[in-house]
Design a binder for this molecule. Sequence first.
Ligand code: ADP
Length: 157
Amino acid sequence: MKRIAVYPGSFDPTTFGHLDIISRSSKIFDKLIIAVITNPNKKPYFSIDERVKILKSSVKEKNVEIESFHGLLVDFMKKKNANVIIRGLRAISDFEYEFQMALTNRKLYPEIETVFLTPAEQWTYLSSTLVKEIARLGGNVKCFVPEIVVKIFKNKR
Ligand code: ADP
């Protein structure tokens, strides 16, 4: 049986931290599906099409698929025959929210497991929010995100 994992997130935008987690998890699972979520509680800076396009041009691993989705993650997972959720853990500050999500998803769908991966040290402080803040203030974000993100930021200004 194929081991299929789903890495859900806003990816608004994709950073080198996300790409690090994608690379690590693609080595552990037969197939990794990146599920780009439209979170009704967050107003994204990048449109869903932009976020998917960024990922498609930045992810090089062959066993990775990229899709957008709305609705319940567990329903998406059932449809895809996936039973592992990948999440990135950076600092203690991520823990409380991630712990709550993992246990809630388990309640909704007991067969799934959430697997937490930690990125390379240099990305442990990096977040999409931080990148947007720097870009908005005119700073250079080249060392945090793929080139395509830098370009889209420039076009939006
Ligand atoms: P969400 O809105 O679901 O938190 P994000 O795109 O912000 O979406 O994050 C998706 C996942 O990637 C989360 O598990 C988050 O902790 C993880 N992540 C975000 N940035 C990094 C990073 N720099 N290193 C490792 N994991 C990260």
